[in-house]
Design a protein around this ligand. Structure first.
Ligand SMILES: Nc1nc2c(c(=O)[nH]1)N[C@H]1C(S)=C(S)[C@@H](COP(=O)(O)O)O[C@H]1N2
Ligand SMILES: [Mo]
Length: 238
């Protein structure tokens, strides 16, 4: 019997139910989040038990694996590249501003990395393209008194990261995810990406990178979340 198009949702449900039964038999679970079906199966996904080059387990404690970034909301900024301005400023000898073309004209890094949301999900092997914050720091001639970086974003959102961690080679101002421009929920046209700290440090709709001497706890850090946010130390709450 051939299936007309409008029966596909029903078919999908059947496939999903079968997958659920299979997963249940394997001791794993499925959970529907935001309309999608995600595997929450750290126990059965061998990647979770891999070791990183730094010797830490790939999946931090208390995290489960999702197959894609879950949109976590926030007050959006203007997504259009033509409106983009990134201020690189603070305790620097050479403050400057970049428009979107200026961001694209800098050396680009494409990387695959893992990200970890404090609510308990991680995505392993997410691909992002962008410019290293270390490159921006070099261009700005950061003074040697600087100890922290404040990522500034639309509508006053900020996130603070220690200078040494913000200038790690995998910290980017990212404008592509999985090879495509960032989609609306994920902070277009550009966002910070700090893979090795909880994902709230990765400010979406980024508008500035500010280098400072004195730490300034940001949006979530002043609302009960941990100032540092190391997923392997489970620095969830302050
Ligand atoms: N500007 C801005 N950036 C933000 C947020 C926000 O509310 N506003 N939320 C943060 C939180 S709590 C998380 S978990 C990640 C979620 O990113 P995603 O929606 O792309 O998954 O963005 C972070 N960046
Ligand atoms: Mo979050």
């Amino acid at each position: 019997m051939s299936k007309p198009k409008d029966e596909f949702p029903e078919l999908e449900n059947v496939i999903r139910r079968r997958a659920f039964l299979r997963a249940a038999a394997a001791g794993t679970t499925f959970l529907a989040l935001g309309g999608g079906t995600y595997v929450l199966a750290a126990d059965s996904d061998p990647r979770g038990k891999q070791l990183r080059p730094d010797g830490r387990p790939r999946l931090p404690p208390g995290q489960r694996i999702l197959d894609a970034l879950k949109p976590m909301g926030g007050e959006p900024g203007d997504p259009s590249p033509s409106a983009f301005k990134l201020r690189v400023h603070g305790d620097v000898d050479n403050p400057f501003e970049l428009d979107f073309a200026g961001l694209l004209a800098l050396p680009q890094t494409e990387q695959t990395c893992d990200v970890h949301c404090v609510t308990g999900w991680s995505v392993l092997g997410a691909r992002f393209t962008g410019v290293k914050v270390a490159e921006l720091a070099k261009m700005a001639k950061v003074r040697d008194t600087v100890r922290h970086v404040i990522f500034e974003a639309a509508n006053g959102y900020t996130a603070n990261v220690r200078l040494a961690e913000a200038t790690a080679p995998n910290v980017l101002i990212a404008h592509k995810h999985e090879g495509n421009p960032l989609t609306r929920p994920h902070g277009p046209p550009a966002r910070a990406l700090v893979p090795d700290l909880y994902f709230w440090k990765s400010a979406k709709w980024v508008t500035g990178v500010r280098f400072v001497r004195t730490d300034r706890p940001g949006y979530w850090e002043t609302r009960g979340y941990h100032n540092h946010a190391d997923p392997w130390a489970e620095e969830r709450h302050g």
